[in-house]
Ligand binder design. Structure first.
Ligand SMILES: [Zn+2]
Length: 275
């Protein structure tokens, strides 16, 4: 029985989908709560290559929700990307795993994305997400936005030129109204929900099932049960990425100027249609 037999038995994937997954090379930006789970998903699913980018070291306060890491990693103050690489090396030796212990910024983004077929967002800030968006649109790379804070999880697929991009839907403010895990905390179920959504989006894209994507920015509050969905099925007509074809990667100030020039059609902190 092959390692991927259960995944291949899933009709929408099958052996051909598995071959496509194997041909995929993933750039994973961030290796915290979302990143560790997404890294494990990619490696167990059998992608061809995975580059994990994170500049932080493992701390004891990470262990509540970040898989792969151990108390020994925290005591040794191991970089998260390297600790994840070591943990996953024994899970699937067929996957080429690269740990990049650095910030993800406009200076190194192009180099890190070289050869990638998909980018998974596991960052914790919108500055990074807009950089991923600019990079992905420039190179026509699919990417998956994922976030979690308190009991809320959010996810959206972006297929440049075919679906809305992050700039189409948001200005600079975070979708959760300024909350961060550092100020309002986060519980594991919210992490797992965002991971589940992001993983299934990645599986669809990597296995050749992008036509089956559910193109909305989905948010659920697992504590209250409230769910919202913002349509993201089409690029916004006045998105600067469409007008200029590409927006150059730039520092924070320039990107903010670009987005201030936009007339927002809908912001994520405005009431969205209930699902
Ligand atoms: Zn756009």
């Amino acid at each position: 029985m092959s390692r991927y037999s259960r995944q291949e038995l899933f009709a929408a994937i099958g052996p051909e989908g598995q071959r496509r997954i194997r041909a995929s090379r993933v750039l994973l930006v961030g290796c915290g709560a979302l990143g560790t789970h997404l890294a494990e998903f990619c490696v167990r699913a059998g992608v061809g290559g995975l580059t994990i980018v994170d500049r932080d070291i493992v701390e004891f306060c990470n262990l509540q929700r970040q898989s792969l890491f151990t108390e020994d990693d925290a005591r040794a103050a191991l970089p998260k990307a390297e600790a994840a690489r070591r943990a996953l090396a024994g899970v699937n030796s067929d996957v080429e795993i690269r740990a990049e212990v650095s910030d993800f910024n406009f200076r190194n983004a192009e180099k890190l994305a070289h050869g990638a077929s998909i980018i998974l967002d596991a960052s914790d800030n919108f500055e990074t997400r807009f950089l991923i968006n600019d990079l992905a649109v420039k190179h026509g790379l699919p990417w998956v936005y994922a976030g979690c804070v308190s009991a809320k999880a959010t996810c959206m697929p972006v297929l440049p030129g075919r679906t809305a991009c992050l700039t189409c839907l948001l200005e600079d403010q975070p979708a959760a109204g300024g909350e961060t895990c550092d100020t309002t905390g986060v519980i594991m179920p919210a992490v797992l929900q965002a991971v589940a959504w992001s993983s299934v989006v990645a599986l669809k894209i990597m296995s050749g099932n992008a036509a089956a994507l559910f193109c909305k920015m989905l948010t659920v509050d697992l504590w209250s049960g409230e769910r919202t969905g913002i349509d993201a099925s089409r690029p916004r007509a006045d998105c600067p990425h469409l007008r200029r074809k590409t927006v150059p990667l730039a520092g924070r100030q320039t990107r903010q100027q670009v987005r201030r020039a936009l007339r927002p059609r809908q912001r994520a902190d405005q009431p969205a249609r209930r699902l």
